[in-house]
Design a protein around this ligand. Structure first.
Ligand code: GDP
Ligand code: GDP
Length: 450
């Protein structure tokens, strides 16, 4: 599980700037799900070894009325899901009425809040910040989000009190330790953690009930917050599984109530914790940007995926063809992921999902020898020579596995770091085909002699 940090503050104080700095190029998940009105952005941060989920709550003026007030409340709901709240203010503006109103809201919530004074670059930070003590929200932190100044110290401070609860916050930067760790893991014997994710109403809970069998008495009303998924152990054939149910806290027969229980943080945590992610989409809505966002997020997190196109029942044939064409067009970037057309309601195709789940898990965890990887690399190089870089031919020397789940392939050679993107993609695809890797992203890294 990753800790969750929420960024709160008036528009223009620099929340997006900090969000982008923390998440870098990683995909942000923009929450415009039904039931969530405010434009919140969710991202996975990996900054200086700190790993966490960050939410940009969207701007709140603090002086909203009517509908706006309702939306501001929604935005503050994101605070509910967070372990740490960074309340951002603009050092150049001084304390505004809006800041005071937001501070008032935050004081009512029982949360750890850090008051972050942004834009301290090029001004007398000390005197500019002094003004904000009047908000009486404890200690002040000065940063310049645009330049990164003070950000690392801020993270160190705010993660210190929760470090014990989240031992994974600090990621080991040392690659060797990962390799060692893998050798001690027997993936075959571990239960396969399968997260079932998707937008509200695509049919996640119908599918889970179908997988578990009708006879199961479902009482999902478990204590806990909206952040917690339900973990359901099960056995199928010879294999132990744990289903991670993100569908919501609910009772059987009251399925429609789940919408307001939908939580992006819960979905992201489930992806983070899973080995394989089953992404459920609704055939009748083809595929939405949200679905693509979820897929992108899972792949960025290095997870294996299987895509289930649900509600495939009761569709006309030409409608089915049309849906398939649209899926082909939009899912081109994940042509290595298996696509299943299912009906959770009637059970059609549900059994076959597990073949792809097993295949994806195997692809992600299979051990690959150095000699095999080097052989494949040589074949790739023979079929298609690397280009010249500054007049010299790039030479690939050998390849070895640098980790699993997802597979990481390390290629050694001369000038390999200068290989153009197109050739890198060629290599990834070549490895994928030769190794028969399905459903899982492959990472290739390059090392040069020092
Ligand atoms: P948001 O509305 O709170 O998300 O604010 P933005 O991140 O969009 O930033 C608003 C403006 O402040 C933009 O023009 C940013 O370039 C600028 N800004 C953000 N951080 C800094 C900073 O550290 N220093 C300075 N000088 N400007 C900043
Ligand atoms: P969740 O919010 O993703 O858990 O979705 P639910 O499982 O609650 O399903 C939402 C609605 O879609 C319910 O009315 C289900 O009966 C319906 N539904 C689920 N699966 C199917 C399916 O395969 N075919 C059809 N036609 N409807 C389905």
């Amino acid at each position: 599980m990753l800790p969750v940090v929420a960024l709160v503050g008036r528009p223009n104080v620099g929340k997006s700037t900090l969000f982008n700095r923390l998440t870098r190029t990683r995909d942000a998940l923009v929450a415009d799900f039904p039931g969530l009105t405010r434009d919140r952005k969710y991202g996975q941060a990996n900054y200086d070894g700190f790993q966490f989920i960050v939410i940009d709550t969207g701007g709140i003026h603090g002086d909203e009325e009517g509908i706006d007030e309702e939306m501001a409340k929604q935005s503050l709901l994101a605070v509910d899901e967070a372990d740490v709240v960074l309340f951002m203010v603009d050092a150049r503006d001084g304390v505004t009425v809006g800041d005071q109103a937001i501070a008032e809201h935050l004081r009512k919530q029982n949360k750890k809040v850090y008051l972050v004074c942004n834009k301290i670059d090029g001004i007398d930070a000390h005197s500019a910040m002094g003004d904000f003590y009047s908000l009486s929200l404890g200690e002040l932190y000065g940063i310049a989000a645009a330049h990164g100044r003070g950000v690392e110290q801020l993270l160190e401070t705010c993660f210190r009190p929760i470090a014990e609860d989240y031992p994974d916050v600090i990621v080991p930067k040392d690659v060797e330790s990962e390799e060692l760790e893998h050798d001690e893991i027997d993936y075959e014997k571990l239960p396969l953690k399968l997260a079932i994710v998707g937008r509200p109403n695509v049919g996640k809970s119908t599918l889970i009930n179908r997988i578990l069998g009708e006879e199961r008495v479902v009482v999902y009303d478990m204590p806990g917050t909206t952040r917690d998924s339900v973990y359901i152990p099960m056995q199928r054939n010879e294999r132990e599984y744990v289903l991670i149910d993100t569908a919501g806290v609910r009772r059987r027969g009251r399925i429609g109530e789940a919408i307001e229980k939908f939580s992006v943080v819960k979905t992201l945590q489930a992806i983070e914790d899973a080995n394989v992610v089953l992404i459920v989409v609704d055939a009748r809505e083809t595929i939405s940007d949200q679905d693509l966002n979820l897929i992108g997020f899972a792949l960025n997190a290095g997870r294996s995926i299987v895509i289930a196109v649900n509600k495939w029942d009761g569709l006309q044939n030409d409608h089915k063809e049309e849906i398939k064409r649209e899926l082909d067009r939009r899912l081109g970037f994940v042509d290595f992921a298996r696509l299943h057309f299912i009906s959770a309601l009637h059970g059609t195709g549900v059994g076959h999902l597990f073949e792809s789940v097993e295949e994806a898990y195997k692809s992600a965890t299979q051990r690959i020898s150095t000699s095999k990887l080097t052989k494949i690399m040589e074949m790739a190089q023979e079929e298609h020579q690397p280009p010249l870089v500054s007049g010299r031919r790039v030479k690939l020397k050998y390849a070895h596995a640098g980790g699993y789940n997802p597979p990481r392939i390390i290629i050694h050679g001369n000038q390999v770091k200068d290989l153009p993107g197109a050739y890198q993609r060629y290599l990834i695809n070549y490895f994928r085909k030769a190794l028969g890797v399905m459903g899982t992203p492959i990472k290739v890294e390059f090392r040069e002699p020092v």
